[in-house]
Design a binder for this molecule. Structure first.
Ligand code: GUN
Length: 291
């Protein structure tokens, strides 16, 4: 692997090892073993892959886990009742509902129904608001993972000009807030209404892209020495029936990596770090609830 890779897979592996050691110690001390519950609605292939990855990571570090899979036809009311049940279950420490949900179910309503103490995705309004606190709660998992990855590569965020392309609720918006409030970076947030995107991306010391538009960022849009984090992960079909596919990020990797000091690959960059932060959040939630 070339030496400018921000290797999320390797760093996530290190975090898994650190957590596995903590879990083993907790076991010998008779303390509560973290327990993650994941709710999957429907049979979307990408969502199944993501949830399976999360469960596999739980197994690897020694967490307990529960996977609940409901048909796409489940009513909003029934799903909310399931969330209530998991909120009240004293053995469950962390709870995630994989998004997206079917159209007849409000993801905002379901997400907001998760107890903030168990909200290890960091999606609830309370945890979101606490980003701007000296004592943040459970941080949104993907932005938290990105900050952790950059820190473990000794990237100086304080005073750096970070350009965030994308302002989604799950990644872009909380990422901008964390970089500004928690890391004291200078932050520019760009989105689909930004005029002359390249004039902003060219100023970036650290460029983070989460738009879901494969190949949006090309080599001419970045400066030499930039640090690039690509959150995009689009399945590009390799045959007409979409049975085969490859994964492409929002960044044209070949051209941008020639100019970048550091850059995340897709896959193997941000994805594993999101799972690692989910595990870190689950440990934190367990400690807050059970010591
Ligand atoms: N869908 C895409 N990314 C995520 C994530 O990080 N958490 C959940 N719950 N759903 C997602």
């Amino acid at each position: 692997m070339s030496n400018n890779i921000l290797d999320g897979k390797r760093i996530a592996g290190e975090i898994h090892e650190e957590i596995a050691r903590i879990v083993a110690t907790r076991k010998t001390e008779g303390k509560k073993i973290p327990h993650l519950a994941a709710v999957l609605v429907g049979d979307d292939g990408a969502s199944q892959t993501y949830v399976n990855g999360k469960i596999k990571a739980c197994k690897k570090v020694g967490y307990e886990y529960t996977l609940l899979n409901f048909p796409a036809s489940i009513s909003e009311e029934k799903l909310l009742a399931q969330v209530d049940r998991l909120n009240e279950d004293p053995d469950i420490d962390g709870l995630i509902v994989q998004l997206p949900l079917p159209e007849h179910i409000s993801s905002t309503k379901v997400t907001e129904h998760i107890s903030p103490q168990k909200d290890v995705d960091g999606f609830t309004n309370l945890n979101y608001g606490r980003i701007t606190s000296k004592h943040p709660g459970l941080m949104p998992a993907t932005p938290y993972g990105i900050v952790e990855l950059l820190k473990r590569y000794d990237v100086m965020l304080k005073g750096a000009h970070c350009v965030m392309v994308g302002n989604s609720r799950t990644v872009g918006a909380p990422m901008s807030a964390i970089l500004s409030y928690q890391e004291n970076a200078t932050v520019t947030t760009c989105h689909i209404y930004t005029k002359d995107l390249a004039s902003f991306t060219r100023q970036a010391d650290v460029l983070i892209v989460a738009t879901g538009k494969p190949g949006l960022i090309t080599g001419d849009m970045v400066k030499d020495g930039v640090i690039v984090v690509d959150v995009g992960i689009t399945r590009i079909p390799t045959d007409a029936n979409e049975r085969g596919y490859y994964l492409k990020g929002d960044v044209e990797f070949e051209e941008v990596s020639k100019k970048a000091r550091l850059i995340t690959p897709v896959p193997g960059g941000v994805g594993p770090m999101t799972i690692a932060s989910l595990l870190l959040n689950t440990l934190k939630a367990t400690r807050l609830r059970a010591g």
